[in-house]
Design a protein around this ligand. Structure first.
Ligand SMILES: Cc1ncc(COP(=O)(O)O)c(C=O)c1O
Ligand SMILES: [Zn+2]
Length: 397
């Protein structure tokens, strides 16, 4: 049955502890509607031997196959995603003495980290016999689902806010997806999409409403571990937070690496959000267990315009357990950071991916990040679909 060596064992709801059979397609917890988490038979894996074996396995995320949910290699739908570089950013003026680096997922297929999640979700769905998918998305997740769906020969419908970047809408169509534009934010796109698709026999690929995109996002944390040593492993990771999947995924990676005896220390996770849409940062500072929806969201970073993240308890848990925190940045600082990363370091980032750089000054000012520490900024996507000049006009206008 299994030729990948996947140790997938069960699906568990972290809200009510219900267990679900992973051999059938499932979305959220059938008891309470929260996110289901994949669990693996980690006790069957020799951590040290596994970590050593990774070196000979090539660059795609499928080298982590024991900790991914696909059992048969023929079901794997891949565009070569994985192994993005960690680029040092020497002498960041806003963070004197801090060792700053950026993990650049802009080079992944379809230009963003969403490729990691969709590669795994589409592969697992294909293995389970699903052929029709839909997703509400700010842009990047839709492009990724459209591309992996095309490669799988599946049918894809995407629900995009009208404000989604034009090149992303065009890319979805080029990959053969049906594009439906919806007024409002991703929140409305999700509501309308789910209502329309209810009886259409199409599977909901919304983030954290199916269990396996998270497993793909987990590879961000697995790679950071693999690409560093005990000496160079980051003290803190700064992450541009929208739906929060990346934070929850990295935290899950560090949990599993800990259980395998490979990791003793978890980096502090910092959620960065724009001032005009910061429901996660607000909940962190208010100390609440859940996130209240943000009214009148406004930002130049489309992927961070998520007024009501779905798995809010899990996002807050991930940040708090790591002893990290939240930071807001202005749109102006976001665009300025796109320019700095491009002009000073040669790195093209999207507005979302510029947000962690924009947060550095505040993290240093607060003493959250100190001289001599290693800080990893997560660069979630390329800036090639964006014009900094046009965004500047939007900020001013
Ligand atoms: C480039 C980019 N960065 C970050 C995010 C937010 O991701 P997450 O859901 O992991 O918080 C998105 C989501 O659309 C995105 O497209
Ligand atoms: Zn539950």
């Amino acid at each position: 049955m299994t030729d990948t060596g996947s140790l997938l064992k069960t699906l568990v709801c972290r809200a009510c502890s219900t267990e679900c059979d992973p051999s059938r397609p499932v979305g959220t917890c059938p008891q309470c509607g929260h996110t289901l988490f994949a669990e693996y038979a980690l006790e069957r894996l020799d951590g040290r031997a596994w970590a050593a074996a990774l070196r000979g396995r090539g660059p795609s995320i499928w080298r982590f196959r024991e900790l991914l949910p696909v059992h048969r290699s023929e079901a794997i739908v891949t565009l070569g995603e994985g192994s993005t570089p960690i680029l040092p950013l020497p002498e960041v003026p806003e963070a004197a003495g801090v060792e700053v680096a950026l993990k650049d997922d802009g080079g992944l297929p379809t230009g963003s980290f969403k490729a990691r999640g969709m590669a795994v979700a589409v592969s697992r769905a294909t293995e389970l016999g699903l052929r029709r998918f839909f997703v509400p998305s700010a842009g990047n997740a839709a492009v990724a689902l459209a591309a992996y769906g095309a490669r799988a020969g599946a049918s894809v419908r995407v629900y995009l806010p009208e404000s989604a970047p034009g090149p992303m809408r065009a890319a979805c169509a080029l990959f053969g997806a049906e594009v439906i534009e919806v007024p409002g934010t991703i929140r409305e796109a999700g509501e309308i999409g789910r209502a329309r698709e209810r009886d259409a026999g199409s599977f909901d690929m919304s983030t954290l409403r199916e269990p396996y995109r998270l497993e793909g996002k987990k590879t961000m944390g697995l790679e950071i571990f693999e690409q560093t040593t005990a000496e160079t492993f980051p003290n803190a990771i700064v992450y541009p937070t929208g739906g929060g999947t990346g934070l929850v995924g990295m935290a899950k990676a560090f949990e599993e690496l800990g259980a395998l005896g490979l990791l003793e220390r978890v980096p502090r996770l910092y959620a960065v959000q724009p001032e005009g849409c910061a429901p996660v940062v607000r909940a962190l500072s208010e100390g609440t267990e859940r996130i209240r929806p943000w009214e009148s969201a406004r930002t130049v970073a489309p992927g961070l315009k998520v007024p009501a993240p779905f798995a809010s308890e899990r996002i807050l848990e991930a940040v708090r357990a790591s002893r990290g925190g939240g930071v807001t940045v202005s749109d102006r600082e976001i665009v300025r950071s796109m320019r700095s990363l491009a002009a000073r370091y040669g790195i093209s980032v999207s507005p979302e991916a510029a947000a962690p750089y924009a947060a550095l000054a505040e993290l240093v000012r607060r003493g959250a990040v100190r001289s001599g520490e290693r800080v990893l900024l997560y660069g979630t996507g390329t800036g090639l679909a964006f014009s900094a000049e046009a965004l500047e006009r939007e900020v001013v206008g």
